[in-house]
Write a protein that binds this ligand. Structure first.
Ligand code: BG6
Length: 505
């Protein structure tokens, strides 16, 4: 295991230059730059470093610094920013404006990189980070290759590339993108990011299962009745209406984050906690999920779209009234699906997945519901099935529910919880998921990033659903009131099996 510094970051990082494409965009401001700031202030970005923003907006180094600085103060996710630390960090920010498809822009970038490397003694380690709209990913990769920036003259140095989600918009485009990326980079240089894997509680799934002796023996079809995974958000589409219209919840959340969680719940023990072993096992899970076909879709997949409603006492508009959204839009903001994993461990155990915007609570949780005791001596005494609930966010923790005898002369059972809270156990963590993943990438650890195969396998699962939806343009998209737990059809999906959603409290 690499050394950890005080902040929990892995130690020793060599000097490097990060080139951030899409540097003036929302994701860069909200997540990526604040994560780099967090790394830099914990000496985890390299003893010497430079971050070169690249985007179409015309800016100088100074205007980029102040623009990003303003954003960091208002929308950063790393908590209050110390002005002294920020100005030390900002001195390492640079900007190179350009057109993503124009070779001249990359020639200018190459010159700037050479000059910075010489001035600051940065060496040749280089990390490209693509956080632009997905349409321009192929241009960027191609132009990096044409400018020769994908290789280093120094064999001791590394060149890596982080590519944001969505990696493609269906299987064919993901395959095209993989081909393009692998014509310029080797697979071991490519880090396909899904920020859910940077969350400690998501990684803890592996620790819970494979680091302890007591859970794994129960973690299979003999003892588990079903699994529920909910990724609920209270936010709407915010300023991303234009992007979201062409995306929807299936592509935005299920193909990536929710299938990642599913893989980690279902995965077989990997031979080691190394990139290849973990990715290979996750791939097997995705390949074992029963493919959706048009016949089973009616019973197994539900979509929905939020209508006006009330969240936390505040009236909010419906999706079709949001900025950048077609007033007749059919884009789904909610998906629920019943997934079957056809392998020895999980045969016959349904996994119910759901995600949505403008739901009643921001909460990502995984519920493992166990089968009843084989012989119910205490039938009719109020006992409920045992549940293991993993709260991924925001109240990170784990709870186990079980029945206990209520005090008194009668035999009545109460259902109680045994709770573990991350905050109480380990103190509050302020480290953002993006920072964990960036730290892994600069240290060359790809375990928490996706391989090309995994991304394609996830698209192969959602493609048939997208096909059915696009072929049924006249079908109505069920509406749900903002602030609820989704459309009635979602309840019906699970209730058909005699089960109920566990709504996060
Ligand atoms: C992003 C999606 O990948 O994840 C967003 O594009 C979503 O639509 C976000 O809001 C959720 O991330 P988190 O970490 O807030 O759960």
């Amino acid at each position: 295991m690499p050394a950890q510094n005080r902040s929990g970051y892995g130690g020793v990082v060599e000097p490097c230059t990060v080139i951030l494409f899409g540097a003036s965009g929302d994701l860069a401001k909200r997540k990526v730059i604040p994560a780099m700031f967090d790394l830099a202030t914990h000496q985890a970005l390299g003893s010497r470093y430079a971050i070169v923003g690249f985007a179409r907006t015309n800016m100088t180094d100074d205007s980029f610094r102040s623009n990003i600085g303003e954003a960091a103060k208002t929308i950063s996710e790393v908590g209050p920013i110390d002005p002294q630390q920020w100005s030390e960090f900002a001195a390492n920010l640079y900007y190179s404006p350009g057109d993503y498809a124009k070779p001249e822009s990359y020639e200018a970038l190459a010159k700037r990189l050479a000059q910075l490397s010489a001035e600051k003694n940065l060496g040749d380690n280089r990390l490209f980070y693509i956080s632009t709209p997905p349409e321009v990913y192929p241009d960027i990769v191609e132009q990096i290759g044409k400018a020769g920036l994908n290789k280093s003259a120094n064999p001791e140095s590394w060149v890596r590339i982080i590519i944001e989600k969505p990696f493609g918009r269906d299987l064919a485009s993901a395959q095209d993108l993989n081909r393009k990326v692998l014509s310029v980079f080797n697979e071991n240089q490519v880090y396909r990011i899904d920020h859910y894997l940077g969350k400690d509680t998501v990684q803890n799934l592996l620790v819970l299962r494979f680091g302890n002796g007591i859970f794994e023996p129960l973690w299979n079809r003999n003892y588990v009745d079903h699994v529920q995974i909910t990724a609920g958000e209270t936010l709407g589409v915010e300023r991303r209406g234009g992007f979201y219209e062409g995306t929807g919840a299936l592509r935005d959340m299920i193909q990536s984050h929710v299938l990642q969680l599913t893989s980690l719940v279902a995965v077989e023990p990997p031979a080691s906690f190394g990139a290849t072993a973990v990715r290979n096992e996750k791939l097997k899970v995705l390949q074992s999920i029963r493919p959706f076909n048009p016949e089973m879709m009616a019973q197994s997949v539900v979509r929905g779209q939020y209508a006006a409603g009330n969240i936390g006492g505040k009236d909010v508009p419906g999706y079709r009234q949001e900025q950048g959204v077609d007033p007749h839009s059919r884009t789904e903001t909610f998906v629920a699906a019943r997934v079957l994993i056809d392998n020895w461990r999980w045969a016959g155990v349904p996994f119910y997945l759901r995600t949505g915007k403008r739901l009643a609570k921001r909460s990502t949780e995984i519920v493992i519901q166990f089968r009843n005791a084989p012989h119910m001596v205490f039938r009719d005494k109020g006992i409920e099935p045992n549940r293991l609930v993993l709260n991924i966010q925001p109240d990170e923790g784990i709870s186990i529910s079980f029945g206990a005898k209520r005090p008194g002369t009668e035999m009545n059972i109460g259902n109680v919880n045994m709770n573990f809270s991350y905050e109480q156990g380990f103190g509050k963590s302020t480290r953002p998921a993006y920072a964990t993943l960036l730290n892994d990438c600069v240290r060359g650890d790809a375990t928490l990033f996706d391989s090309g195969d995994n991304v394609e396998a996830a698209w192969a699962l959602v493609d048939p659903i997208l096909d059915v939806w696009s072929a049924t343009k006249t079908a109505t998209v069920p509406q749900y009131a903002a602030g609820s737990w989704g459309p009635a059809e979602s309840d019906a999906l699970i209730e058909r099996d005699g089960r109920h959603w566990h709504n996060p409290q």
